[in-house]
Design a protein around this ligand. Structure first.
Ligand code: ZN
Ligand code: FE
Length: 256
């Protein structure tokens, strides 16, 4: 199976830029475009030429570099159909179930509304990789700005059904704060305790905690664990349905 090379780099305050490169076809895609300058340097460093931008949602820290990069490289910009009017330079509008061929790889689009109403993620089944934007973070999930809590929970459940070995890239390095919150509502989760310690060490050495895997998130990310007895007990929601527990976890995180 052919695969692409992935190069991840920090940009803006706490965003991640990611480049995918397929050598055979000389295809190079940027996942979102937080900042033209950082992406330009990453491309120069790898000696790659940009051919595509894959936008997950319209927020400026994901689209701010679109137009400069398009002017410089004539790249093709993909993004959510539902937010097409707010994705600068969009060429290809995508919705649920759409597929797209990128070099020798195929991607599938999953709609994950909640953070924004049109948010999409890019799933490369053949590479076991999903680019989740601001929907699912390492030990966290995106703030629900435009959608409802129920919508966000439905979106996360969609991601939870991907193969457990799926590698998850996301838009931000928020993990240390996420770990502190996770421990506050599930302190007895030993996998979480061990992971929080590891994350502390990684951040102390300035190492990225992105990507993660779905398996790790299912075991430790509180937003994917509304069925946890301990979480339900701490929130006073024993036996409540998972959507309700998820909503309460998200509300608590907003004011943590
Ligand atoms: Zn965002
Ligand atoms: Fe963001």
């Amino acid at each position: 199976m052919t695969t692409f090379e992935i190069f991840q780099f920090p940009c803006l305050n706490d965003n991640y830029g990611v480049l995918l490169h397929d050598e055979a076809s000389q295809t190079t895609a940027s996942i979102d475009a937080p900042e033209a300058a950082a992406i330009r340097s990453a491309l120069a460093k790898k000696n790659w030429s940009l051919t595509h931008i894959l936008n997950t949602h319209h927020h400026h820290d994901h689209t701010g570099g679109n137009l400069d990069l398009k002017t410089e490289t004539n790249c093709t910009i993909l993004g959510p159909r539902a937010e097409a009017g707010r994705i600068p330079g969009i060429d290809v509008q995508l919705s649920e179930g759409d597929t797209y061929t990128l070099g020798s790889s195929n991607l599938q689009v999953l709609e994950t509304p909640g953070h924004t109403l049109g948010h999409i993620v890019y799933w490369f089944a053949g590479q076991n990789t999903v680019f989740a934007g601001d929907t699912l973070f390492t030990l966290g999930c995106g703030r629900v700005f435009e959608g409802t809590l129920d919508q966000m929970w439905t979106s996360l459940q969609k991601l939870m059904k991907l193969p457990p070995a799926t590698v998850i890239y996301s838009g931000h390095e928020y993990t240390q704060a996420n770990a502190a919150f996770a421990l506050s509502i599930e302190p007895g989760n030993s996998a979480l305790q061990a992971r929080a310690k590891l994350i502390g060490d990684m951040r102390a050495h300035n190492e990225p905690t992105v990507p993660t895997t779905l398996k790790l998130e299912l075991d430790t990310n509180p937003f994917l664990r509304p069925d946890s007895q301990e979480i339900q007990k701490i929130l006073g929601l024993i036996g409540a349905d998972s959507a309700e527990v998820f909503g309460e976890i998200r509300r608590r995180k907003d004011s943590f």
